[in-house]
Design a protein around this ligand. Structure first.
Ligand code: NAI
Length: 358
């Protein structure tokens, strides 16, 4: 990260909330989005924190995010349902869907809830963590716009389609794992571009589908582990796009192309009540034991210790919530300024210099 300023979480929450409200979002929705973005920055997921405020503010101001969505929950069975988000702020719509799913999973053991028509929902760990804090196992995934080459191809098809998973444990915070299905986020390519720094050949390809180390030649990102990540991306799009009758693959709306229209994105949430399979305490104790056993494994050369998947984000969250969150100076300057947005995103494509990618 470039030069940063340390901001306490309450101040960051207020600044983001004020900016989104100035763009036209209701105070209630602005507060929910702000809380989510603070969570992301506090967890060290800076690609999905305050850096997004300018883009969200522009989309809200231009009408591409519904300021007054009537979010409804349609139960389609005892364990299934669809949340109709009307392209409201993604953090508001998906949080609402998570709450419905939690209530349903407590009632019937399983909840498979699809979110139909939402805006960008941010860092998925936020939602699965909420469900795990309610003693449920949670899986969530969402589609995003096309910026990844299929394995063996040279034109982009799927998005960075992330997957997040969480499970409750006996003592500590839930274990939460959350990742895009690309080797690296688009934001990391932009960072390398701005510094004119080479990137590893495993991250992205050029216009001929060849791995490139030149960040300026990047045409598409690469899936994690070749065909395996490619397969996961397909799964994410089938569950969070097609299943809900939404556009999929290269048809998913662009993040930046037209900021006057809703994005019509989909998300999928699957919650499982462990008590329907085993004793809850035994389950949570097992997760605790797993964590302890992972910690006991000696570190390999060049590593300090084994962290359980997602642990680094949790440790970062605890530290930053207590001590303050490092925010890039230019982002902080924007947050404390009177500028609502810089009018820089509309009409760009997924690989715009200004964009940070989904
Ligand atoms: P990442 O690569 O930073 O981390 C992936 C996972 O690996 C995390 O759970 C992290 O805690 C874990 N991890 C990293 N290093 C570790 C280590 N040494 N030991 C153990 N575990 C370790 O995450 P990525 O792929 O850059 O994703 C960032 C965020 O972007 C996520 O929150 C994701 O949900 C979000 N995203 C959202 C999209 C959307 O459309 N809403 C699209 C794409 C990504």
């Amino acid at each position: 990260m470039e030069e940063t300023v340390i901001v306490q979480s309450q101040e960051l929450q207020q600044l983001i909330q004020k900016k989104l409200a100035a763009a036209g979002l209701s105070e209630a929705h602005a507060a929910i989005v702000a809380e989510h973005l603070v969570f992301a920055d506090a967890s060290g997921i800076h690609s999905h924190g305050a850096v997004r405020v300018d883009y969200y503010a522009e989309r809200i101001a231009k009408g591409g995010m519904n300021r007054t969505p009537q979010i409804t929950f349609e139960e389609t069975g005892p364990s299934s349902g669809i949340v109709h988000g009307q392209n409201g702020a993604g953090q508001v719509v998906v949080l609402e869907a998570t709450k419905h799913a939690i209530e349903m999973a407590k009632r019937s053991g399983i909840a498979a809830v699809g979110v139909r028509k939402t805006s960008h929902s941010g860092a998925l760990s936020y939602y699965v963590k909420k469900a795990a804090e309610a003693d449920l196992i949670a899986l969530s995934m969402c589609q995003s716009d096309s910026m990844v080459v299929p394995f063996g191809g040279k034109e982009n098809y799927f998005g960075t389609n992330p997957i997040a998973f969480a499970a409750p444990r006996k003592q500590g915070a839930p274990v939460v794992f959350d990742m895009a299905t690309t080797v690296q986020a688009w934001g990391k390519i932009l960072d390398a571009r701005s510094k004119n720094k080479e990137i590893p050949a495993t991250w992205a390809v050029d216009a001929h589908g060849k791995p490139t180390t030149n960040p300026h030649h990047v045409h598409g990102l690469l899936p994690i582990s070749g065909p395996k990540g490619f397969g996961l991306m397909m799964m994410v799009d089938i569950l969070s796009g097609m299943l809900l009758g939404l556009p999929f693959g290269k048809h998913v709306s662009s993040m930046y192309n037209d900021l006057t229209k809703g994005r019509d994105l989909g998300q999928f949430i699957l919650l499982i009540d462990p008590q329907r399979f085993t004793d809850l305490d035994t389950f949570k104790e097992s997760v605790e034991t797993m964590v302890a056993e992972l910690h006991d494994i000696p570190a390999a050369e060049q590593f300090q210790q084994v962290y359980y998947p997602g642990e680094i984000n949790q440790l970062t969250y605890e530290k930053y919530m207590a001590e303050g969150i490092p925010i890039e100076k230019n982002i902080y300057r924007y947050l404390i300024s009177d500028t609502v947005h810089f009018d820089q995103y509309s009409g760009s494509d997924a690989f715009a210099q200004t964009g940070t990618g989904e």
